[in-house]
Design a protein around this ligand. Structure first.
Ligand SMILES: [Fe+2]
Length: 571
């Protein structure tokens, strides 16, 4: 009979078994669960690393998109449980929503076409050298995986509220007692899941982190973290994840290894790298961090222990000769914070009055902020040293009376920095959310210069629209109000010049001539409009730079709609 089919029960059963084996079982085995992360590493203005762990091996796919934009994806076809995907080609200072998953399923992050799930996002750092108000959260010796660490975390969460954290530092001993993978799961991944998926975390190597590296090489620490070794986040390539540097806006961060003896002893490659890195640094602020405290009378004594002594003797002279502003360490389970000092490399009893540049409390409401009057990088203008080793526990035993300290206390807590332009405000926040210490460092503000931006107007016909150049004139020795410029435009270092959004000039220039016809020499530079973010119509544009002598300057000008009418508005 045509069109009629009889079901043979035996054949049906055999085919059902084959169907289950071919389709259902693989689908079950592919049903992954995220058991760690996602978390973010080595953020640069244009790239970031996304890492996560699954219970079952599969390929890796990260979807990402700025709010309202079409998603892009980056994938890795190799099946693994330890997923690591580097996103590149990102825009600086931009919030991206992201998802993680496989080529067949999204595991976390929601729908990027609907701006994600509101939980999985990150903001790329601004271009190095750009001023952006920056919040930094610092925890040290946080690895107790207990209610103490949770209270410190929650106190910061309450303090910062809707203010996003830009930079997150861990000062080592992040997972007690041996820095194993399971201890990291409890003390880090289960403790800070929300922070980890939104804020890239940077760390210094602690002695407890190193135990797993010694007894189960390579150990959990280097497998969990992916730090820059090739200068990809700024600074000089270190060739090691144990010590490295990175920039965030106008801050240069340096992480040093105080734990491995071969690294911290005099003459090691870490110190030659540090010398090169500091020499190349031209950010306004320099913040260094490591684990072992070079000044402490807490649960460790910096007069008695070799790691502490070697860091003081080998790191500080280099750092101070390049104008370091703040040095952070942990290991002593207390909070200790110095006055503004310089040149103190011996035991605590060797401190002399000449080494104390400002012995006040550093508070604008008290003895006044610490002032560093020279340009960025001026040697030996003093630094503040803070030991933040009480983010997971306190430990009594020390005398807490190191003579450099303005404050010493046996108190659970964390440190918060707000760096904005020429000022750095720091607080120590205890585990109940109370501010227990605060201080401010103020550096010499940049000089204000007059600039003039005149895109393609009749007066700039030497720059045809097809060249996509926008001329920016820095006007020499103007008498206009607010012009504190006291250098000649020929003293400007062209390599330092940036539009406020971080774009360098594209011409070999400058052209020196009296652009504003006031009988004073001016310097005119060309910037590319194609990717500058400059639009016609009352756009405020700022320019930052330095003289060859290191004097910083800033100027700004508005592009008026009338400036653009001759050639029409450019992109
Ligand atoms: Fe330690």
């Amino acid at each position: 009979m045509i069109g009629q089919t009889r079901i043979n029960p035996e054949v049906f059963c055999r085919q059902l078994v084959l169907f289950v084996a071919a389709v259902v079982l693989p689908a079950i085995s592919l049903a992954q669960t995220v058991v760690r992360g996602p978390y973010l590493q080595t953020a640069t203005p244009t790239s970031i690393i996304v890492k996560w762990r699954t219970d079952v091996a599969a390929d890796s796919v990260v979807g990402y998109a700025p709010a309202g934009s079409a998603p892009a994806t980056r994938s890795n076809a190799v099946a693994t449980t330890e997923h690591e995907v580097t996103l590149s080609g990102l825009s600086p200072d931009t919030l991206y929503n992201y998802t993680i998953g496989t080529s067949s399923i999204t595991l976390a992050g929601g729908d990027l076409n609907a701006n994600g799930d509101g939980e999985h996002f990150f903001t790329t750092p601004p271009v190095a050298g750009t001023d952006k108000p920056t919040r930094v959260w610092i925890i040290g010796d946080s690895g107790t995986a207990d209610a103490n660490a949770a209270a410190v975390r929650d106190a910061y969460k309450g303090f910062t509220g809707a203010r996003a954290t830009d930079v997150w530092l861990m000062l080592g001993d992040n997972a007690y007692a041996n820095g194993t993978d399971s201890q990291y799961q409890a003390a880090v991944f289960n403790m800070y899941p929300q922070m980890l998926r939104q804020v890239p975390v940077w760390s210094a190597l602690g002695n407890h982190d190193a135990i797993d590296m010694i007894f189960s090489p390579p150990g959990a620490y280097p497998q969990i973290f992916s730090f820059p070794t090739a200068g990809e986040a700024g600074g000089i390539p270190s060739g090691s994840e144990n010590y490295y540097s990175f920039n965030y806006g106008n801050i240069h961060f340096i992480s040093l290894d105080s734990t491995i003896a071969a690294n911290r002893t005099a003459g090691s490659s870490m110190w030659s790298w540090l010398a090169s890195d500091l020499a190349a640094n031209n950010q306004r602020w320099t913040i260094a961090f490591w684990h072992h405290p070079h000044y402490s009378k807490g649960s460790h004594d910096s007069d008695a222990e070799i790691a502490l002594i070697e860091m003081r003797e080998n790191a500080l002279p280099l750092l101070e000769s390049h104008g370091v502003d703040l040095v952070l360490a942990g290991h002593s389970h207390s909070f200790e914070r110095s006055v503004l000092i310089d040149g103190h490399y011996g035991d605590s009893i060797s401190l002399t009055p000449a080494m104390v540049l400002n012995g006040g409390d550093g508070r604008e409401s008290g003895d006044g902020a610490y002032i560093k009057p020279g340009p960025a990088g001026t040697p030996n203008e003093g630094a503040v040293h803070a030991i933040v080793g009480s983010s997971g526990k306190t430990e009594a035993g020390g005398s807490l009376n190191h003579p450099v300290m303005a404050e010493s206390m046996l108190t659970l807590g964390s440190m918060v920095l707000d760096v904005s332009g020429s000022r750095l405000d720091a607080v120590f926040l205890d585990s109940s959310g109370t501010i227990r210490d605060e201080f401010t460092i103020i550096k010499s503000p940049p000089k204000v210069v007059n600039i003039d931006i005149d895109p393609w107007s009749e007066s700039n016909e030497i720059f045809p629209a097809s060249s996509r150049l926008i001329p920016v004139g820095i006007l020499g020795m103007s008498t206009a109000a607010g012009d504190s410029m006291d250098f000649d435009v020929t003293e400007i270092n062209p390599a330092s010049l940036r539009l406020g959004i971080g774009k360098a000039p594209i011409n070999a220039g400058p052209w020196f001539f009296d652009a504003d016809e006031d009988s004073q020499g001016d310097a005119v530079y060309g910037f590319n409009t194609a990717d500058s973010g400059i639009f016609c119509g009352d756009t405020e544009v700022s320019v930052v730079g330095e003289t060859f002598a290191g004097d910083e300057f800033v100027g700004s000008d508005a592009i008026n709609t009338s400036d653009c009418v001759d050639e029409g508005c450019h992109p």
